[in-house]
Design a protein around this ligand. Structure first.
Ligand code: 2AM
Ligand code: CA
Length: 266
């Protein structure tokens, strides 16, 4: 990695820490909450302000880089050429609004579609997860070990309960079967944090039937550095260009879950 990339890594980390500070301070102000596509799809003025904070800085300091951000202040990304920053200023907005904790800043930096740097910052715990391609993943600057395998019946799986309820969008039968056969399920309400938990071995897999590029772009770089596999539920590579199904898991567990899912959905 040349010197320039090391500087970008340090820059990104300090930007994230500063944004985290701004979010913590925002709790002393009034927060405006609005709904987007549905009553469960929330956005606040803080999501927007934090995204604008990142984008203003990145555009000033790296004018040839592009940014895909959840709140739409960035660029329209139709291909992954060049340097692309995938930003979710607050992943887990519902937790941010209702709990004032259990949300994260998620950032991934890609070069020609290859994930170079991934960051997840659990703002209220001050826990920082990061990775650089080929250089391992870290939790608060401690190296995370490579993951060891777990079978489905010994696995804790991160999944949102709404995916188990009958839903026209998904095949819920194979998901019900998975929930029956695993050791336990957890739902944290932030895809980025669930990716961080898979990477640090606190859960064994995480799946969702609809995620956007900014939800996962940073986390899959971290997960990849400890040997986890991330794909769509159809076992296809993630495109990072639109909403997709998503699973990240330890390698054999990934295979076991996907095989059962594809077989049972028929
Ligand atoms: P968000 O809080 O940034 O919107 C919650 O189950 C997880 O799914 C969170 O990471 C949340 O991200 C994400 N999420 C919620 N609604 C979504 C949607 N409509 N499309 C994609 N991701 C969504
Ligand atoms: Ca968000």
């Amino acid at each position: 990695m040349n010197k320039n990339w090391g500087a970008i890594d340090r820059y990104a980390k300090s930007l994230i820490k500063e944004a985290g500070h701004r979010i913590r301070v925002s709790f002393y102000t009034e927060i405006d909450v609005e709904t987007k596509s549905s009553a469960s799809d929330l956005v606040t003025n803080i999501d927007r302000e934090i995204e604008q904070f990142f984008i203003t800085r990145i555009r000033k300091d790296f004018p040839d880089h592009r940014v895909m951000g959840e709140e739409g202040f960035g660029d329209t990304i139709e291909s992954l050429e060049g340097v692309v920053w995938f930003l979710d200023p607050i992943d887990g907005t519902m937790n941010f609004v209702h709990q004032r904790r259990n949300f994260a800043i998620s950032l991934g930096i890609y070069v020609d579609g290859i994930g170079m740097f991934g960051y997840i910052y659990d703002v209220m715990r001050d826990d920082f997860y990061h990775a650089a391609k080929g250089e391992g993943a870290y939790f608060n600057d401690e190296r995370l070990p490579r993951l060891e395998n777990t079978s489905v019946n010994e696995a804790m799986i991160g999944i949102n309960a709404s995916w188990v309820a009958p839903n026209p969008r998904i095949h819920h039968e194979p998901v019900i079967e998975l929930v029956r056969s695993c050791r336990g399920t957890r739902s944290y309400g932030s895809a980025a944090l669930e990716l961080a938990y898979v990477s640090s071995g606190r859960i064994d897999a995480y799946m969702s039937l609809r995620l956007s590029p900014w939800d996962v772009a940073g986390g899959i770089i971290i997960a990849g550095e400890v040997g986890a596999i991330a794909t769509t539920m159809e076992n296809e590579p993630l495109s990072l260009l639109g909403q997709e199904t998503f699973i990240v898991a330890k390698p054999q567990l990934h295979e076991e879950i996907i095989e059962n899912y594809i077989q049972l959905k028929g």
